[in-house]
Design a protein around this ligand. Structure first.
Ligand code: RM4
Ligand code: MN
Ligand code: MN
Length: 430
């Protein structure tokens, strides 16, 4: 029997924290009550928050220089499911798992679905991969996939996406995310308009095969792996494409896929306003698509993004149904610890955004009181909601302190024994 993080162990660990937690929770509750906020309602919101986990984020990632896998990391999909279950036990907001195909091609989808369900997990978005050649693949993606100049390559890439849809159906997934690395390294290499038209044609074929009730997400990215031009490079192009495709196509925002200093929260607001926001790949970055842990570099930006999301949620903007997912590469940390703290940072930003006095903010905006408008946001952002987050996890059966509980459980050491090195490891972004 594989070692698992037990609810009883988490409850036992929690007991050590309960005294101060109750005291801090009561205190923050009183402080918020003075501002007309109900701590119980906020706790309920924190418990209801959901973010999906990327199957590739459960293994150690790497850069184009090296990868440093740690002992006990998952060697196959079933072991990733075990780790996703451990993460869920700790934080209770991550029951959805997002699969990358063919990195995580299941041998038996029905068996995988059952294994996930047994652990309280389900499959969220599917992700296709046509940015790499796979062993035995007839045609190469070296010069692109869905937008390739050769119709045969495009067909192969479309077929791979259709395969993802079939697989996703068998797994009970609900959406499909397409990110392509297509682009050019040199001026003149790619005809911009023709490449985009070819990309759109391929997407039309994928969209036409979308199962009932599913949504199609497309993910833009400024550069990388192509260093001069990218076929789906920005949100404007993405918006054009999803409009061309139809009602069930949406633009996905990966926080690492923008030029430095771009106002991402404004892009989010635009996509909400136009009814085309798919959701997010959360991560953080300093320079590019760094795939660092959410909230680790620019927590204020994360808050401002959630400020737009919560604003739309409270206004009940029609059709607003964002899908949240983490998309990170854990190069130097334990993936479970990174995912646990990242999930927590998202809930933190979400709750802080709920603290914004929107009535006041609107008045300041209308009176052009720039200083007080910012202060209204800052007041929410600087409120410590930590005790609410911990209480929400505790009430949901999760850990008051996920990282210390995870470490105390000896989970990774046990897994190192159960998962000896040697077998080929295919995990993480490499
Ligand atoms: C890309 C993009 C995709 C992810 C791959 C691994 O930069 O973010 O979402 O699937 O990386
Ligand atoms: Mn992404
Ligand atoms: Mn990325």
């Amino acid at each position: 029997m594989a070692f698992a993080l037990e609810d009883g162990f988490v409850a036992e660990e929690n007991r050590r924290h309960l005294d101060w937690l109750e005291e801090d929770y009561e205190h923050v509750g009183r402080r918020l009550a003075r501002r007309g906020l109900d701590v119980e309602a906020l706790t309920g919101l924190a418990m209801a928050f959901r973010v999906a986990v990327p199957s590739w984020g459960l293994g150690t990632g790497g850069t184009r220089f090296a990868r440093f896998p740690g002992p006990g990391e998952p060697r196959d999909l079933l072991e990733k499911i075990e780790d996703a279950a451990a993460l869920l036990t700790l934080v209770r907001v991550t029951p959805g798992v997002s699969l990358h195909i063919p990195w995580d091609e299941p041998a038996d989808p029905a068996e995988l679905k059952a294994a996930a369900r047994e652990r309280g997990l389900f499959f969220d978005s599917m992700n296709s991969n046509t940015f790499q050649d796979q062993p035995g693949q007839p045609l190469s993606y070296k010069f692109g996939s869905l937008s390739h100049s050769d119709p045969g390559v495009r067909r192969q890439a479309v077929e791979h996406n259709l395969h993802c849809l079939r697989l996703g159906r068998a797994l009970g997934a609900c959406c499909h995310t397409v990110w392509v690395g297509d682009g050019g390294n040199f001026p003149g290499q790619v005809h911009f308009r023709r490449a985009l038209e070819r990309y759109l044609d391929s997407l039309r074929a994928i969209y036409a095969a979308l199962p009932d009730g599913w949504r199609l997400f497309i993910e833009h990215k400024l550069y990388e792996p192509a260093f001069y031009s990218t076929v789906l490079n920005d949100w404007g192009t993405s918006y054009h494409c999803v409009r061309e495709l139809g009602d069930r196509a949406f633009s996905l925002v990966d926080l690492g896929h923008h030029a430095p200093n771009v106002n991402i929260e404004m892009i989010v607001a635009r996509l909400i306003q136009f009814g085309k926001l798919a959701g997010f790949h959360f991560n953080d970055s300093k320079y590019g698509d760094d795939d660092l842990d959410a909230g680790s570099i620019k927590p204020f930006q994360l808050f401002l993004i959630f400020n737009e999301l919560v604003d739309a949620e409270l206004e009940r903007v029609p059709g607003f149904r964002p899908a949240y997912m983490l998309d990170q590469s854990h190069n130097v940390t334990d993936p479970i610890e990174s995912l646990a703290t990242s999930a927590t940072e998202l809930v933190r930003a979400y709750l802080q955004a709920h603290l914004v006095d929107r009535h006041q903010l609107r008045e300041y905006q209308e009176r052009n009181d720039a200083l007080m408008a910012l202060e209204t946001l800052r007041r929410a952002f600087t409120t410590d909601v930590g005790p609410i987050l911990a209480m929400a996890r505790h009430r949901a059966g999760g850990a008051v302190d996920p990282v210390s509980t995870f470490r105390a459980s000896g989970y990774r050491c046990r897994k190192a024994e159960e998962r000896p090195e040697g077998a080929a490891r295919r995990a993480g972004i490499v």
